[in-house]
Design a protein around this ligand. Structure first.
Ligand SMILES: CC(C)(COP(=O)(O)OP(=O)(O)OC[C@H]1O[C@@H](n2cnc3c(N)ncnc32)[C@H](O)[C@@H]1OP(=O)(O)O)[C@@H](O)C(=O)NCCC(=O)NCCS
Length: 126
């Protein structure tokens, strides 16, 4: 585990947003979050976004944040959905976390994106 990953801390939590930020000392070097209310999201299925600064990539930071975010979302949401450009190597990153393709769409720059989702543990009934 990288020093930055060890310092990852939760930064936001409310009904419509869950997220993690990875810190290297006080510097934010990556973030992963889910939100309801975006184009792909549906009831109980928030949309995911993630990024790590280029100089911090391929050190396990994205995996650390994703593992923790999936843990945080399990029991609250039934699934997570996302879209990723078909040419983006992040596609393989998502496959490692059991996201599977659900469809394709034309993104805002006119190229193809893959819609992927991952089921979570069923929410605990209230
Ligand atoms: C996707 C992203 C968040 C992964 O974060 P990370 O800290 O680099 O991820 P990890 O180090 O935990 O895991 C890396 C794995 O992701 C995949 N991966 C990530 N970037 C990759 C690249 N440029 N080329 C090939 N595989 C890549 C590989 O499977 C890699 O495993 P490996 O290093 O054993 O080959 C990061 O690469 C990123 O910020 N990319 C740019 C922003 C982006 O595309 N976000 C997704 C938009 S939908």
């Amino acid at each position: 585990m990288s020093p930055a990953g060890k310092n990852a801390v939760p930064t936001a939590k409310c009904d419509a947003f869950l997220g993690k930020i990875a810190l290297d000392d006080d510097k934010a070097v990556g973030a992963t979050w889910v939100r309801l209310g975006l184009d792909l999201s549906a009831a109980g299925v928030p949309e995911l976004a993630t990024a790590v600064y280029p100089e911090y990539q391929r050190r396990g930071i994205g995996s650390l944040m994703m593992t923790e975010l999936i843990r945080m979302c399990s029991g609250t949401y039934s699934a997570i959905i996302l879209s990723v450009r078909a040419s983006n190597p992040a596609l393989h990153f998502y496959e490692r976390f059991e996201f599977t393709p659900r469809g394709r769409l034309e993104n805002r720059v006119g190229t193809e994106s893959i819609v992927m989702s991952r089921r979570l543990q069923e929410p605990v009934p209230r």
